[in-house]
Design a protein around this ligand. Structure first.
Ligand code: GDP
Length: 298
């Protein structure tokens, strides 16, 4: 996903190698090239501005280090600024003191919520937990069946409205899923919610109502990194309409420029917790800002 950005940044920084001393003009020229590379990768403008300001300030004020030559110092600063934009230290998931821990997934239709539900469930199981999936996307005709297939594949039980019980009320299903989890000693409930293709008042309200009914320990905003610039505005709409405590980037295996998704942390103030990079259950991992920065800087 970040191949172009990675190539561009690597070549900008490579131009610095071999320079004995960097003048302010050298630093300004490098900062300009980095700015163009970030903008071309769809990184949001406020993020680019703050990134460039950070790099310039620090590079110009950099203390002379015995261990690093000037070029290496700039590379180190760019790396550190990138880690910081991506979330610095990162954050661990919050677990409930009294199980079950409730994790609600919110995002546009097609963002990868249902696929993610299975991946997350496997991940929790791998951490020694006993997860359960709750089918609260009652909007899309096949959503419940799709979650049941995901549940079977990931070997995790699914709580869904009884067949033939009509469309059902997603808020009621969410509430009952928690009771069911308590009864069966399932210590994590992952709630799949409905999404539309665009931001939609009614579904936003439904997600907010589910949130109020079950007070999730984590609400994860799921965003398809392939949607480009819309990632930022969608994230803002979900932040204001539902609120979320973390972000999951999906489809990082795609060939889009991806910079917008990288901006979501900075723009919303919430950390990127997980990343999905494929359709298979195992194409998923905890998001590590430092590893992603190293990948981008090559
Ligand atoms: P939902 O509408 O938010 O529940 O989205 P789905 O989970 O149904 O995913 C929409 C489509 O994206 C499906 O075809 C998934 O197989 C696909 N998908 C989900 N996550 C990824 C991913 O990380 N990479 C790729 N390439 N495809 C994905």
């Amino acid at each position: 996903m970040f191949d172009t950005l990675s190539d561009r940044l690597t070549s900008v920084l490579k131009n610095l190698r071999g320079k004995g001393r960097l003048s302010d003009a050298d630093i300004d020229a490098t900062a300009r090239e980095i700015r163009v590379a970030l903008l071309e990768a769809d990184v949001a403008l406020p993020v680019v501005r703050s990134f460039i300001a950070g790099v310039k300030d620090r590079a110009k004020g950099a203390e002379v280090s015995q261990a690093l030559n000037p070029a290496q110092q700039v590379i180190k600063i760019v790396n550190e600024e990138l880690v910081s934009v991506l979330g610095g230290e990162g954050r661990r998931l919050e677990y409930a003191k009294n199980p079950p821990t409730v994790v609600m997934l919110a995002g546009l239709q097609g963002s990868g919520k249902t696929t993610l539900a299975g991946k997350l469930a496997r991940w929790f199981a791998g951490q020694g937990h006993t997860p359960m999936l709750a089918a609260c996307d009652l909007q899309r005709p096949n959503a419940v069946t799709q979650l049941q297939v995901v549940g079977e594949r990931s070997e995790v039980p699914v709580f869904a409205p009884e067949p033939g019980s009509g469309v059902g009320d997603p808020i009621d299903v969410a509430r009952r899923s928690i009771d069911e989890a308590k009864r069966n000693h399932q210590d994590v409930v992952i709630i799949d919610t409905a999404g539309r293709l665009g931001v939609d008042e009614e579904l936003m309200q439904q997600a907010a109502d589910i949130r109020d009914a079950v007070t999730p320990d984590e609400t994860l905003f799921v965003v398809d990194a392939m949607i480009g610039q819309d990632a930022v505005s969608t994230a803002e709409a979900f932040r204001d309409g539902v609120g979320f405590s973390g972000v999951v980037l999906t489809k990082l295996d795609g060939d889009a420029r991806g910079g917008a998704a990288l901006s979501v942390r900075h723009v919303t103030g919430q950390p990127i917790m997980f990343a999905s990079n494929g359709e298979k259950l195992e194409d998923f991992d905890v998001f590590h800002p430092d590893r992603m920065a190293s990948r981008i800087l090559g």
